[in-house]
Ligand binder design. Structure first.
Ligand SMILES: Cc1cc2nc3c(=O)[nH]c(=O)nc-3n(C[C@H](O)[C@H](O)[C@H](O)COP(=O)(O)OP(=O)(O)OC[C@H]3O[C@@H](n4cnc5c(N)ncnc54)[C@H](O)[C@@H]3O)c2cc1C
Length: 417
């Protein structure tokens, strides 16, 4: 039977980054991944590539439910729920509602800031070794309306209170900073500590480094079941083999909870469907990444391409594209960048990905109580590529039994049980 010190289930940004830090500590690591070798269908590949210490407010926050309910009535809104009444979906929604309170936001903000800042430093270090078009130009939050601008300024005050740099800018100041394309907005906030990169390039460069360092990576290899003996995971089964290991890391993105459900582990997780399009044949594009706040669109210049990402549909696993929402996303960009040529984007093939959504907006990182040799590293929602290196680093510390400065209870995969 094939075996390894560590078997990682899933080779997206989280799985590969975990493999990197484990390999650095001298462990023998194997990745089993159900995707093709280019990882196009992972959620990481087509993401917006933003590293966002500025995003200190978790997905579950006051006001989100009210806004979400309003959006449910609008077929072109960026948010929806593919509601097939199942116990998992209802239970997830109830937990999400319970977590959307001020106390949780306060607790999560510090943790997310620290995780993100550490992750950004790790990316900076990785960039000395591999090229993934990493840039530290900051990110703009662009607001069309005065009300959203006020809300964004309130978030920026909160961010500054916990030590983040943020600058409120009027339209003239934004257009001075944004040299690539004119904007038409009421104002915005600039977060100079944010960064961005090309996630597809990160995955391929990271894979090369891992393979050269002896990590074994198997694609088109889906783990379909898990074998246990008392309080231990003994092996996992794929179509081809049965893999033994001392420790297993669960990095299967939005599919993670389905996999562990069969060994009776409950870790509430839904898919958050989103789309992106990458415009490559383009005369003009913004110089700075931005969030187009009301439209919930992330705009990222990535080397030669301009990537637009957005929409959030809570689903149990469907990747079906909603063309109405997609075309609203493509159209809405013009409201912020009047020089944008919609026709350059309309005919492009959209990419679709499922964000792994935990029920409180914080990732699941840590061992399961019932099976301590199974470590969760998933549930990062909209922050998975941002937090990939720090997650990998934490996973390697857990395996090597080194301590952590973080409050790991807040990240425990058992915290809802
Ligand atoms: C439109 C969009 C834009 C985004 N923009 C950003 C952004 O700017 N910044 C940010 O931080 N985050 C962003 N995100 C979120 C981010 O992409 C995710 O949080 C992140 O990619 C999750 O990484 P992962 O490695 O956990 O999952 P994935 O990248 O999905 O990787 C999981 C891998 O596990 C494999 N797998 C699944 N089941 C099994 C199994 N049973 N056996 C073996 N392998 C399995 C899958 O095939 C896949 O390759 C965005 C998401 C979307 C949809």
């Amino acid at each position: 039977m094939p075996h390894s010190d560590i078997v990682i289930i899933g080779g997206g940004a989280i799985g590969l980054s975990s493999a990197y830090y484990l390999n650095q500590k001298g462990f023998d690591v194997t990745i089993l991944d159900s995707n093709d070798k280019d990882l196009y269908n992972s959620c990481s590949w087509g993401s917006s590539g933003m590293i966002v210490p500025s995003h200190i407010v978790p997905l579950a926050a006051p006001g989100v439910i009210k806004q979400g309910l309003k959006w449910l009535l609008d077929p072109e809104s960026p948010f929806s729920i593919e509601f097939k009444p199942s116990i998992e979906m209802i239970s997830w929604l109830l937990k999400f509602r319970k977590a959307a309170n001020k106390k949780h936001v306060k607790q999560a903000a510090d943790l997310l800031r620290n995780l993100s800042m550490d992750s950004r430093s790790l990316y900076k270090k990785l960039n000395e070794q591999i090229d993934f078009e990493f840039e530290t130009k900051g990110i703009l939050m662009l607001c069309k309306g005065e009300k959203t601008l006020e809300e964004e300024i309130a978030v920026s005050v909160m961010a500054q209170n916990i030590g983040m740099k943020a600058k409120n800018l009027n339209p003239a100041e934004i257009n001075k900073l944004e040299t690539g394309m004119k904007t038409e907005i009421a104002g915005g906030v600039y977060y100079p500590s944010d960064a961005h990169f090309n996630p597809g390039l990160y995955l391929s460069s990271m894979k090369n480094i891992l393979i050269n360092s002896g990590v074994k990576i198997f694609h088109k290899t889906k783990v379909h079941s898990i074998n246990i003996d008392k309080e231990k995971i003994t092996s996992v089964n794929t179509e081809h083999d049965n893999w033994k290991a001392k420790n297993f890391i669960l990095c299967a993105g939005s599919f993670s909870s389905k996999l562990v459900k069969q060994i009776k582990l409950k870790m509430p997780l839904m898919g958050g469907k989103g789309y992106s399009i990458s415009i490559d044949d383009i005369q003009k594009k913004p110089a700075l990444p931005a969030i187009l706040v009301e439209a919930r669109i992330a705009s990222t210049p990535m080397g030669k391409i301009w990537r637009l990402g957005g929409t959030m549909t809570v689903t149990q696993g469907s990747t079906k594209i909603n063309n109405r929402k997609l075309s609203a996303m493509v159209r809405n960009v013009k409201k912020y960048y009047p020089e944008y040529n919609i026709s350059s984007a309309q005919s492009l093939k959209p990419w679709v990905g499922l964000r792994p959504l935990s029920a409180d907006g914080l990732p699941y990182i840590g061992p399961f109580k019932k099976y301590p040799n199974l470590i969760a590293a998933t549930g990062h929602a909209m922050l998975g590529v941002s937090l990939a290196p720090v997650t990998g680093h934490l996973v390697s510390n857990i395996i090597s039994e080194e301590g952590s400065d973080y409050d790991m209870k807040l990240l425990s995969p058992d915290r809802f049980n």
